[in-house]
Design a binder for this molecule. Sequence first.
Ligand SMILES: Cc1cc2nc3c(=O)[nH]c(=O)nc-3n(C[C@H](O)[C@H](O)[C@H](O)COP(=O)(O)O)c2cc1C
Length: 195
Amino acid sequence: MKHLVIHTHPNPRSFNHAIKDAFIDELKSNGHEVRLRDLYAIGLDPVLRASDFEAIMGGLVPDDVKTEQDHIRWADIITFIHPIWWSGLPALLKGYIDRVFSLGFAYSMDGHALKGLLHDKKVLILNTTGADRQTYEQSGMLAGITKTIDDGIYRFCAMEVIGHKYLYAVCCVTQEERLTMLAEVRAIAKTVSEK
Ligand SMILES: Cc1cc2nc3c(=O)[nH]c(=O)nc-3n(C[C@H](O)[C@H](O)[C@H](O)COP(=O)(O)O)c2cc1C
C-alpha cells in the first residue's frame, strides 16, 4: 500500500517527530511504500495568494502545489501528524490545505453544489495536545476540533477518515507514558497496514 505522511512540526526534538519516525518505521517494516512530506523542511509557501486564484480560474496549477497534489494522487492512505495549536491545525498545515486542496482537485462546484473529489483516498490523523483528555471531553473541544478537521476538511473532500487519534497532554506525561504512546502509534501503523 502507498502511504503519504504529512508531518508538521518545526522541532526535530519534538514528540511529533518521534511519532512520525515510529509510524514510518512500522509501515516500512510491514512492507509498505512511504513518502514523507515534512512541511517545515520542504518550505512550502503556505499563503494562498491572488496568483493562486488567477491560476485556478485559468485552469492552471502552480508548480509547488502540483508537486503536492501529485503526492496525494499517488497515495492510498494519507496520514497527517501534527500538534493541536490554538484548537486547530498549525498555520503551516492550514496553509497547505488552503493551497493544495484546491477547487478542481479536492472539490468541485457545480452551480451551488459542492462535491468532494478525493473518493479513493483514506485519511488517518494523529494529533498531540497540551491539555488532558478530561479537559478536552468536558469542554466540548474534542467534539468541536474533531468535527472541524474530520468533517470540515477531509470528509468535505470525500475522503474516508479511517482514524483520528489524540495523544493527550504529551508535555506533562512521564517518559514511560510517552513510550506507551509510541507503542500505540506503532500498533495503529500495523492496523492501518492491514486496511
Ligand atoms: C502555538 C501553540 C499553540 C498551542 N495551542 C494548544 C491548544 O489550543 N490546545 C492544546 O491542548 N495544546 C496547545 N498547545 C500545546 C501543544 O499542543 C503541545 O505542546 C504539543 O502537542 C506537544 O507536542 P510536541 O512535543 O511534539 O510539540 C499549543 C502549543 C503551541 C506552541
